[in-house]
Design a protein around this ligand. Structure first.
Ligand code: KIV
Length: 298
């Protein structure tokens, strides 16, 4: 018996292997065909006004959770440099490290689109370098698309990657790989000149063939203008409600980080407190010889 679930659009890719959910995932004794999110799905979502949900993930267990929860896109962000490796910026993470995170994420998903950040230093040199970094990601992780930061200055690379058949997501506004150029993480494009450049860059990225563009930390009114001017979806983070979708870093929205509380962040859980309490209970049970008890041993 084949049962179709999550049928939001008609353009899904189906193949025998990836579209047969394992019974333990379905919790039923039938095979289920699932609709995969593709770049075309996202375009249709924009056209029909359905908002796009995106979240970061860096490992198998969380990507599996998020995919089963119904997320549209998982971004293997270079924010892994911050939240997984503890670096102050996104600059230190390497291509090999991004490939490790991305391949773990891909093993956890059945349905959503997986986008991987090209890390700092893997594409800025020239478009050939950008393409060979991208090809490594695609070959070694099984991800579906890449993201890179910048507009006009990376256009040649964007075109080269897309010409080779690989979908590209753009990223404008606050681009953390340029933090030492900006000097701060404050809101970008408040001034007219920067706002104009951003609008032009967004159009250039669309013309070059990008399937979506992230808008990070810019005024909501500017994000609205960009979203209206583009046929491809905008995915906002700190860019207000008029974007076609939203993205948050999982550690921020789940409340694992306590130090990072920007205005744009909605925290959906307080995992910091919950994990601390759980681990304290465990420590206390071990110390008091309350764990394991009779039924927890062989
Ligand atoms: O690396 C990342 O997590 C990102 C998001 C903030 C968009 O690029």
């Amino acid at each position: 018996m084949l049962l179709v679930i999550n049928a939001t659009t008609n353009d899904s890719m189906t193949n025998d292997k990836s579209c047969l959910l394992k019974n333990f995932k379905c919790n039923m004794s039938v095979n289920k065909e699932i609709k995969k999110i593709t770049t075309n799905t996202l375009l249709k979502m924009k056209a029909t006004g359905e908002k796009i949900s995106m979240i970061t993930a860096y490992d198998y267990s969380f990507s599996r959770l998020f995919d089963n929860a119904g997320i549209d896109i998982i971004l293997v962000g270079d924010s892994a440099s911050n939240v997984m490796a503890g670096h102050e910026t996104t600059l230190p993470i390497t291509l090999d490290q991004m490939i490790y995170h991305a391949s773990s994420v891909v093993r956890g998903i059945d349905r959503c689109l997986v986008v991987v950040d090209l890390p700092f230093g893997s594409y800025q040199g020239n478009s050939k370098e950008a393409l060979s970094s991208t090809i490594r990601i695609m070959k070694e992780t099984g991800a579906h698309a890449i993201k890179l930061e910048g507009g006009e200055e990376v256009l040649e690379s964007v075109k080269r990657i897309i010409n080779s058949g690989i979908p590209v997501m753009g990223h404008l506004g606050l681009t953390p790989q340029s933090i030492y150029k900006f000097g701060t993480y404050t809101v970008r494009a408040k001034e007219e000149a920067e706002a104009e450049k951003l609008k032009k860059d967004a159009l250039l990225l669309e013309e070059a063939g990008c399937f979506a563009v992230v808008l990070e930390k810019i005024p909501a009114s500017l994000a609205q203008q960009v979203s209206v001017s583009l046929n491809i979806p905008t995915i906002g983070i700190g860019a207000g409600k008029y974007c076609d979708g939203q993205v948050l870093v999982m550690h921020d929205m789940l409340g694992i980080n306590t130090e990072f509380k920007p205005r744009f962040l909605r925290q959906y859980l307080n995992l910091h407190e919950q994990v601390t309490t759980a681990v304290q209970h465990y420590i206390s049970d071990v110390k008091s010889n309350n764990f394991p008890n009779e039924s927890e041993q062989y």
